[in-house]
Design a protein around this ligand. Structure first.
Ligand code: FES
Length: 94
């Protein structure tokens, strides 16, 4: 099955810890789990796939995530923001 929308959550773990990376600096793999659980809880799995990704590009002031194909970006969020972000996503997915 190919969902129409994908939320990519950067989980890049840069070995040079002096440079910010979503996976190391912000433990985004844990946030990815929160988004996946929230997607399931809302019954959105048919329309939305949540997946971890490599570096999305911006890196600083992370973590970073992007909803495609909307090209809707999220940054600097914590676990406390995930529900509000999913509200935004739910309003914007096909
Ligand atoms: S390390 Fe996450 S956007 Fe580059």
């Amino acid at each position: 099955m190919k969902p129409d929308n994908i939320l990519f959550i950067c989980a890049n773990e840069r070995s040079n810890v002096e440079r910010e990376s979503c996976g190391v600096t912000h433990k985004s793999f844990l946030l990815s789990r929160v988004f996946k659980d929230e997607c399931k809880r809302r019954g959105l799995q048919i329309r939305l796939r949540v997946t971890s990704s490599g570096c999305l590009g911006p890196c600083n002031e992370g973590p970073h995530a992007v909803l495609m194909p909307n090209n809707l970006w999220f940054q600097g969020f914590t676990e406390d923001d995930c529900s509000a972000i999913m509200d935004t996503i739910e309003k914007n997915i096909l």
